[in-house]
Design a protein around this ligand. Structure first.
Ligand SMILES: C[S@@+](CC[C@H](N)C(=O)[O-])C[C@H]1O[C@@H](n2cnc3c(N)ncnc32)[C@H](O)[C@@H]1O
Length: 230
C-alpha cells in the first residue's frame, strides 16, 4: 500500500483543479490502496451515525407490503460503500455509484453478497432514468472535493435525482464564510449548502452543525432537505 502524503495529495488535487480536470484524480486514491478498502484515507469504515439515526426513523420499507413498495435510494460518490450498505440494511433498494472504477471494485470485493447495486457512473452525466427517480439521495463529502462551477453542477445534479416527496441527506465539512478559501478539501459554508433551499427549491427539514470527534475536531454540517414540488 502507498503511504498517504497529505502535502503531495493537496498539490496533486490542486493541479487537476487548475487544469480544469477536477475528477481525473479520484481513481488514484483507490488504486493506491492496492485492493485494501481499509487503506483509503478518507473512508470512515462505518456509516454516518446521523444517517443511521435518520434511517431508524425512516426505513425504506413498510412491513407486510410487497417488495415493489420498497423505497429507492442512491448514494453519490459512494466510496467504499458503508453508507450504501446502511441504507440497504434499513430496507431501501440502493444504487451506490462512484466515478472511480477502483472504488466500485473495492465495494464489490468488500460486500460480495450485497443487495446494493454498485456502479461506475458520473454525477455530471448520469443515466437519464435516474432523473427525479429516488426517494432518498445521500451525499457525503463529494461537493467539497470539487472546485468552483463543478460544486454548483454537483448540487443541482444531486437535487435532480429526487422524486417528489424525496429527501436529500447532505453531509460535509463546514467553514465560516470567507475562511479557508484555498483549502483542499474546501468545506461548504452555510450560504453554499443553503442553495439546496434557495436555488433548488428544497425544504430544509433539519440542519445540524457539529464538530466531529477528531483531534483537533473538524466542523461539519448534516442537512436533510425535502422536495415538495415536481
Ligand atoms: C471525499 S470522497 C467521499 C467518499 C464517500 N462518500 C465517503 O464519505 O467516504 C468523494 C467521492 O466522490 C467521488 N466522486 C467525485 N466526483 C464524482 C462524480 N462526478 N461522480 C461520481 N462520483 C464522484 C470520488 O471518487 C470519491 O469516492
Amino acid at each position: 500500500m502507498k503511504e498517504f502524503d497529505p502535502i503531495a495529495y493537496k498539490k496533486m488535487v490542486k493541479e487537476h483543479q487548475e487544469n480544469d480536470n477536477p475528477t481525473a484524480w479520484f481513481d488514484s486514491i483507490y488504486t493506491d490502496a492496492q485492493g485494501d478498502y481499509k487503506a483509503v484515507f478518507w473512508a470512515d469504515l462505518e456509516p454516518s451515525p446521523y444517517l443511521v439515526k435518520w434511517l431508524k426513523e425512516n426505513p425504506g420499507f413498510i412491513e407486510n407490503t410487497p417488495l415493489s413498495k420498497q423505497k429507492k435510494a442512491i448514494v453519490v460518490g459512494c466510496g467504499v460503500g458503508d453508507d450504501a450498505e446502511a441504507l440497504s440494511e434499513y430496507g431501501y433498494e440502493v444504487i451506490g455509484f462512484d466515478i472511480s472504477k477502483e472504488a466500485i471494485n473495492l465495494c464489490k470485493k468488500r460486500y460480495p453478497n450485497s443487495k446494493v447495486k454498485y456502479l461506475v457512473a458520473d454525477l455530471f452525466d448520469y443515466d437519464k432514468q435516474w432523473f427525479q427517480n429516488f426517494d432518498v439521495v445521500y451525499e457525503c463529502n463529494t461537493i467539497q472535493v470539487l472546485p468552483g462551477k463543478y460544486r454548483i453542477q454537483a448540487r443541482i445534479a444531486i437535487s435532480n435525482l429526487l422524486k417528489k416527496h424525496g429527501h436529500a441527506l447532505v453531509s460535509c465539512r463546514s467553514r465560516k464564510k470567507g475562511e479557508q478559501e484555498d483549502d483542499i478539501p474546501l468545506p461548504l459554508d452555510y450560504d453554499e449548502i443553503n442553495k439546496f433551499v434557495i436555488d433548488d427549491n428544497l425544504e430544509e427539514i433539519s440542519f445540524l452543525a457539529y464538530d466531529d470527534t477528531q483531534v483537533p475536531s473538524i466542523p461539519h454540517f448534516f442537512a436533510i432537505y425535502k422536495k415538495n414540488k415536481e
